[in-house]
Design a protein around this ligand. Structure first.
Ligand SMILES: Cc1cc2nc3c(=O)[nH]c(=O)nc-3n(C[C@H](O)[C@H](O)[C@H](O)COP(=O)(O)OP(=O)(O)OC[C@H]3O[C@@H](n4cnc5c(N)ncnc54)[C@H](O)[C@@H]3O)c2cc1C
Length: 465
């Protein structure tokens, strides 16, 4: 590692990797990528491998390491600017769609599958049926990589970049260094400093807390996003089959009658597995997520139902709020809590015996049977139940007593930096991209946002020469 680079990138997830790809393909700028987790092949989640409770690895292999949270992810590439982030708010819808197409081509180049879900006649029919159940279907063209292929694709990108950039792994960026109102470099763990002319911060949800802390320290404007809190739902594969065969992921939105809150499905994993993740930087909490393998299938489908709430000032700590609720589930269960919907509706906790009697057996075998009403606020729980009842009209069986609910699922992308259309912060030559900056919420828009920042750097460099 040198002491001076043209560009330093913090975070080796899709946003950081795509920023690096764009720069090396168009210039000879020197690039350093700093990643706090391990290299892709060194990432093994012990709780998943040994079916034990979350080991709280520092840092979590699921969300940290080269490839980012994306490396273990299900690899659903949602090819639209309508979901998965706010990129269109920065660069406009037409430019966002064009960029998403370009990013998709890169994924295809590195080995993504050709097959597209979510297009054709079947989609329109499902949208009509959804509207009769008071649900709005957001049609999304989608490519599914599967967890194992997602790693291979990201590994291909990593191997392409390796000879062309410097990679500093298992190293955290500790703080950013300014020269007046211009970026000057970054201090890494242990106190070493690296100087640079441009810095791209792409630390993902894992580093969102850190990013917001740095932003506040340097008096940057932080906007508040809605908080997404909910549960992961697990049902027999057949219950969702009609939808997932056509759409792969049914992105459905609902307004809860009781509170008028926006509730939505998120990250549907047909024939998948529910998993645990430990997230939140130096102060981690255990939350729940899901994925599907391309080759290995379970008998169940899982998906999140999330309640999006926008709080108003003086509230300014959405990440702390989300962690507080996740921690309640951790205190009660030691990690992730699971409850049958029937038990929740009858006001009783689930027990191992009740779960065993049910038709759905947890794919997350370490989840502890309990009572979600001790964890989730009444308002969130009411909205989730109301949405499951509406979903039951579209996919009968969703609101069955056997349906499993795992808690809690929280998305920590609630703070958002004030950024220009090129994703530059209020500090000159300091860019922020991906989920951590609040720009994206998925692989495609995270990748695209890295390209936006990189292109602006390239434009400025050409301009100067
Ligand atoms: C289990 C799971 C399944 C998912 N499934 C899908 C899916 O199917 N489709 C989809 O579109 N999205 C999915 N996602 C979300 C997707 O992975 C993210 O939206 C995407 O990875 C965000 O990219 P990013 O580059 O912004 O951040 P990340 O991928 O989170 O990468 C950020 C990186 O920065 C590193 N970092 C953080 N702080 C620092 C620091 N201070 N110094 C150095 N490095 C740091 C982290 O270790 C991490 O590797 C899933 C996520 C998970 C966890």
């Amino acid at each position: 590692m040198k002491k001076q680079y043209d560009v330093v990138i913090v975070g080796g997830g899709p946003a950081g990797l795509f920023a690096a790809l764009e720069i090396v393909q168009a210039s000879s700028l020197s690039v350093l990528l700093i990643e706090k987790g391990r290299d892709i092949n060194g990432r093994q989640c012990p709780s998943r491998d040994r079916a034990t409770n979350c080991a709280n690895c520092p840092p979590c292999h699921v969300v940290c390491g080269l490839g980012g949270a994306g490396a273990f992810s299900d690899g659903k590439l949602t090819l639209t600017s309508q979901v998965g982030g706010r990129l269109k708010e920065y660069i406009g819808e037409t430019a966002a769609e064009a960029l998403i197409k370009r990013v998709d081509e890169t994924y295809l180049h590195f080995g993504a599958a050709d097959k597209l879900y979510g297009v054709g006649d079947g989609v329109e029919k499902i949208a009509r049926r959804a509207s009769l159940a008071h649900l709005r279907l957001v049609p999304v063209p989608l490519r599914h990589l599967g967890t194992e292929n997602c790693r291979l694709v990201l590994k291909g990108m990593r191997d392409f970049l390796d000879p062309q950039i410097d990679l500093k792994l298992q190293t955290s960026a500790a703080s950013i260094i300014l020269d007046g109102n211009r970026i000057a470099g970054v201090e890494i763990e242990g106190g070493e400093t690296v100087r640079c002319r441009y810095l791209i911060l792409a630390p993902g949800r894992e580093g969102a807390d850190w990013l917001m802390h740095e932003a506040r320290r340097h008096k940057m404007t932080v906007l508040i996003n809605p908080i997404d809190i909910g549960v992961r739902v697990e049902v027999p594969y057949a219950v969702m089959e009609e939808l997932t065969d056509v759409l792969y992921e049914a992105k459905l939105e609902f307004l809860s009658p009781r509170f008028d809150d926006r509730i939505r499905t998120f990250c549907m994993c047909p024939a998948g597995e529910v998993i645990m993740e430990s997230t939140g930087g130096n102060d981690p909490v255990i939350t729940v997520n899901g994925h599907s393998y391309a080759g290995h299938k379970s008998n169940y489908t899982n998906f999140a139902v999330l309640n999006s709430t926008t709080f108003t000032r003086p509230f300014s700590e959405p990440i702390a709020y989300g962690k507080y609720i996740a921690r309640l589930a951790n205190i009660l269960s030691g990690g992730v809590l699971v409850q049958r919907l029937g038990d929740l509706m009858h006001g009783q906790r689930s027990t191992p015996v009740r779960i065993e009697r049910g038709l759905v057996q947890p794919t997350l075998t370490t989840a502890v049977p309990g009572d979600l009403s001790f964890v989730l606020p009444y308002r969130h729980l009411t909205g989730i139940i109301e949405m499951l009842q509406a979903l039951d009209k579209l996919a009968p069986g969703v609101a069955s007593q056997h349906t499993l609910l795992y808690g809690v699922e929280v998305k920590f992308y609630s703070g958002r930096l004030q950024l220009t259309a090129n994703l530059e912060t209020e500090i000159a030559n300091l860019f922020a991209a991906g989920d951590g900056a609040g720009v994206s919420r998925g692989l495609i828009q995270a990748s695209a946002s890295g390209v936006v920042a990189a292109r602006e750097i390239l434009r400025r460099e050409k301009h100067q020469s």
